[in-house]
Ligand binder design. Structure first.
Ligand code: PHE
Length: 389
């Protein structure tokens, strides 16, 4: 566990070590004393603000620990962070600033796949490695060798949701309501439908909305007509809350099921009991009993005034730590060397599971299923689905 004082002591020790170097070779010492700049771009404000803030907290905790342990041979990591406000255009601008002006060695981000697609293209163009902690759309890492991720992809996430609906909930008929403005939601909708149909299930209707919509009555009325066993909503928490409230009002009482985009403490605040008894797929749950998860939860709570880390915090932490591990193994901090080191990561022990970067620069990890249960309403770890289909 870290407190402020022991951290300062550790970084002071790092400085003293560097000063020793300075007496032998001043130029070299000055160079090696420069901090290593790492970028993060995320939605720190705007509709999806909990995504960026949680990710930032996870990254900052990882940096604090890395620096306290002496950094990279005494060189400390400095974080440069820009707000995307949840907008794709801002994401492109943020990554351009990070790689072209700030000259970061690597970029962490984004959460939302549409934004990682925008930012990833810039990182690839400049030859600077980007690790997305949490973008699950398959297209993100197809941008090129500079772009990787520490999370599973939506083909697996869609399968995990379908398997849970079919096997655990014994659902035969599922209605789908997706966000046509998000690459994430469109892809996850397709992947879920494909997997559920292959298992023998029926998709009763597929309805679309656009993120930020306020009225879902037309779609929900059409869905009610088809009498589904489950309503699958692969959207972001910002819309899911209103959808749940309106669905219940229209008399749709069946459980809702979603993906990682539901992961925010804001969702139960907006939806209240309307979301009770519903489920979502996620990368991690703070009540998984494994030592890696429990240690992380304890450290995070101590650092952030008792706040419980969500999946984004855990993935931000894992992405930063995997980057630091790659820095240690890399021949240099050039984009080419660092990307090669990142892309050869094997069995890195993350909070969200062991991370091996495969040929497509993705990570295969199990998913967890979380239920909104209890009083007060809270996300509760229900089941875990393994990667193997
Ligand atoms: N997977 C989502 C996307 O690709 C982002 C997300 C991940 C949101 C994890 C919440 C938790 O857009």
């Amino acid at each position: 566990m870290f407190n402020r004082r022991s951290l300062m002591a550790a970084s002071l020790a790092g400085l003293v070590a560097l000063m020793g170097l300075a007496s032998t070779n001043v130029a070299c010492a000055r160079e090696s004393a420069d901090p290593i700049k790492v970028g993060h771009y995320g939605s720190l404000t705007g509709a999806q603000a909990t995504f960026g803030k949680s990710t930032s907290n996870g990254i900052r905790l990882a940096i604090k620990e890395f620096n306290a342990a002496g950094g990279l041979n005494g060189r400390l990591v400095e974080l440069i962070e820009y707000d995307t406000k949840g907008e794709a255009r801002e994401a492109g601008t943020a990554v351009t600033r990070l790689v072209a002006s700030d000259k970061v060695v690597a970029v962490l981000g984004e959460v939302a796949s549409s934004l990682s697609l925008a930012g990833g293209r810039v990182a690839q163009q400049y030859g600077v490695p980007m690790i997305s902690p949490s973008s699950t759309n398959p297209a993100v890492t197809k941008i090129g060798n500079m772009v990787s991720r520490v999370c599973f992809t939506d083909d697996f996430q869609g399968y995990a949701a379908a398997k849970f609906a079919w096997e655990n909930k014994k659902a035969k008929k599922v209605a789908v309501l997706f966000d046509q403005a998000a690459a994430y939601s469109k892809g996850l909708k397709d992947d879920f439908q494909k997997a559920f149909k292959e298992m023998g299930g029926e998709i009763t209707t597929t309805q679309a909305f656009t993120q930020g919509d306020r009225d879902f009555t037309p779609q929900l009325t059409a869905i009610r007509e088809t009498n589904p066993d489950i309503l699958f909503v692969p959207g972001y928490y910002t819309d899911v809350g209103n959808i749940a409230l309106q669905a219940r009002k229209l008399g749709i009482t069946v459980p809702m099921l979603g993906g990682d985009g539901w992961d925010s403490e804001e969702l139960p605040k907006v939806a209240g009991d309307a979301i009770k008894g519903s489920y979502y797929v996620n990368h991690y749950s703070p009540d998984q009993p494994t030592p890696a998860v429990q240690e992380f939860v304890t450290k995070y709570k101590a650092e952030y005034g008792g706040a419980t880390p969500d999946g984004l915090a855990a993935l931000g932490y894992d992405a930063a730590k995997m980057l630091f591990d790659a820095m240690k193994r890399s021949a240099s901090l050039s984009g080419k060397d660092l990307a090669a080191a990142i892309n050869s990561t094997k069995d890195f022990p993350g909070v969200t599971g062991a991370i091996t970067i495969d040929e497509g620069r993705n990570a295969s990890k199990p998913a967890v299923i979380v239920e909104y249960a209890g009083s007060p309403l809270a996300p509760v770890f229900t089941a875990s689905v393994d990667v193997k289909k």
